[in-house]
Design a protein around this ligand. Structure first.
Ligand code: ZN
Length: 226
């Protein structure tokens, strides 16, 4: 019992460091303004998550400023109030057991697509690789209850994409861990920008369904270091 508790302390300490460091990727990749945006990680085998505190500047974020909440969003550990998006992250963890990390930004190009309420079409190999098809739009939802979380989960369940563009709001991304969710947040902004520019140049060319399936399968199962 005591050693199980020591293990979970160690896991939380590690996730605090990881989640704090991953917030640096949001600023490095130009995905966030001021204090907007947040990363969280599920504490494996516990109904807990580590998430950014609310309204704290990126320069002040470190392992000790991260907070721990339960999966109903109640503060369990930390001196600061959790992110205002905590309820949405918690809803995702409660309903998608395979998800270990969640990211939210208002990155410019992805959010511009969200403002139009138009999915990003699958017209690049990179979109097929990472997203497995078009990047879907989720419903408009106000902060304050489960509606954002429900919109994210319902949309992602109907898709292979780890990213959803919440209408009039911005992207939420998920991954097997927080790093994978950050990667999806970086890539959704990248492809949102490229496809936007492609549209300025003229018609974009759709990929065939079979090619999308082949690309997605290879990237998800074969690509990278073994
Ligand atoms: Zn937001």
């Amino acid at each position: 019992m005591t050693s199980a508790r020591a293990d979970v302390r160690e896991t939380i300490a590690r996730l605090r460091r990881t989640v704090a460091e991953l917030h640096g990727e949001l600023t490095r990749n130009g995905l966030v303004s001021w204090t907007a945006g947040n990363v969280s990680a599920r504490v494996p085998d516990r109904d807990l998550m580590v998430i950014k505190p609310s309204g704290v500047s990126y320069d002040e974020l470190g392992e000790h400023t991260m907070v721990v909440t339960d999966l109903s969003g109640e503060l369990v550990e930390g001196d600061l109030a959790p992110s205002s998006d905590t309820a949405a992250h918690a809803y995702v963890y409660r309903h998608m057991p395979e998800v270990g990390g969640v990211v939210h930004t208002h990155s410019t190009y992805a959010t511009a697509w969200a403002a139009r309420g138009v999915p990003i079409p699958c017209v690049l190999t990179m979109i097929a690789d990472e997203f497995g098809g078009e990047i879907p739009v989720g419903p408009f939802a106000l902060i304050g209850d489960d509606s954002i979380g429900r919109g994210i989960v319902d949309t992602l369940r109907a898709s292979r994409s780890p990213a959803v563009l919440m209408r009039n709001h911005g992207p939420f991304t998920v991954g097997k861990d927080a790093r994978a969710a950050v990667k999806a947040a970086v890539l959704v902004e990248d492809v949102a920008r490229t496809v936007h520019i492609a549209h300025q140049l003229g018609d974009v060319l759709a990929l065939d369904r079979e090619d999308i399936d082949r690309l997605h399968h290879r990237y998800q199962n074969v690509y990278g270091q073994r």
